[in-house]
Ligand binder design. Sequence first.
Ligand SMILES: *Cc1c(COP(=O)(O)O)cnc(C)c1O
Length: 349
Amino acid sequence: MATASLSIDLDALAANWRALDAASAPGVETGATVKASGYGLGIAPVARTLARAGARRFFVALAEEGAELRDILGPGPEIYVYSGHMPGDAEPIAGRDLIPLLNSLDQMVRHFEALPDHPFGVQLDSGMNRLGMEPAEWAAVAEIALPRRPRLLQSHLACADTPAHSANASQLKTFCQITEGMDIPRSLAATGGVLLGGDYHFELTRPGIGLYGGAPFTQAQPVAHLSIPVIQTRELAPGESVGYGCTWMAEAPTRIATLAAGYADGIIRAMGNRAVLHHGSTPCPLRGRVSMDLLTVDITHLDDAPESLDLLGAHQSIDGIAEAAGTIGYEILTALGARYSRHYLGGEK
Ligand SMILES: *Cc1c(COP(=O)(O)O)cnc(C)c1O
């Protein structure tokens, strides 16, 4: 079989959630961000495992994702929707008991008119200028919103992965100013915010990437393991080149293995001539361009032709491989393709 194998370690996922939970005080609740199908790793096993580990509040990007998650989790856990209440969302919000994080006056009006008694939260912009009500807008509508008891007042940090960045303290200050004394649970921290320390935790944190083994949670256990079968090996003489565009040329006798995965599987083309794969702990450099379905890798230094090589796992994190592609671990995970044979280890399938 030439299908590459993606193993997802659900016990590592649960351990990462517990470690991030332990990073905040016992009175602080730790939620879980599971948008984009659990950062590409599969919403059902990811959400069930996190619920089993103790997560009671889940966060998704879209109402449709929330509806799918409700069917997986059943009644009980709260499911928040970052994109708020968009036109057409009343049915999933009401039918699947979702909590929209209202981002604007328009959304607030839409929600109160369509579902006057249905729970909601409010997303506030504290300086990222991406999503949420501006402080002035919030000041104007807080009087209408607060008597309806929002479940959560939330904002998001732009630079939490850079602890020394001045935007962190500035956003914290703004968030405190616009939510002070309202006696509603608050949330500011995603993974980076959890690691910034207690000032950033408020009543609830909502980490995503750290659960799945990514920076800035450098202590995280790796969750995704990707192993790609070798289809063929060949010997190159000095002067011969490999792959489209002949972008890599052998300077010495070289053994090249051709592997069964490519950019159609989320192995980003910019990794060509830059990434390494591993045989056990031995790095093997990618040579030439990434094709749609194939990779060419230098195995000259290995004693035997391996059956497969690892792209992700104990010896290479999602952030390590991301660097070779000029991207971030988040994009590596969410790009993982549909052709892999997926195996879930441990946890709650
Ligand atoms: C994606 C997202 C999160 C989770 O962020 P991580 O960096 O993955 O921990 C939290 N809050 C909001 C608003 C998000 O969009």
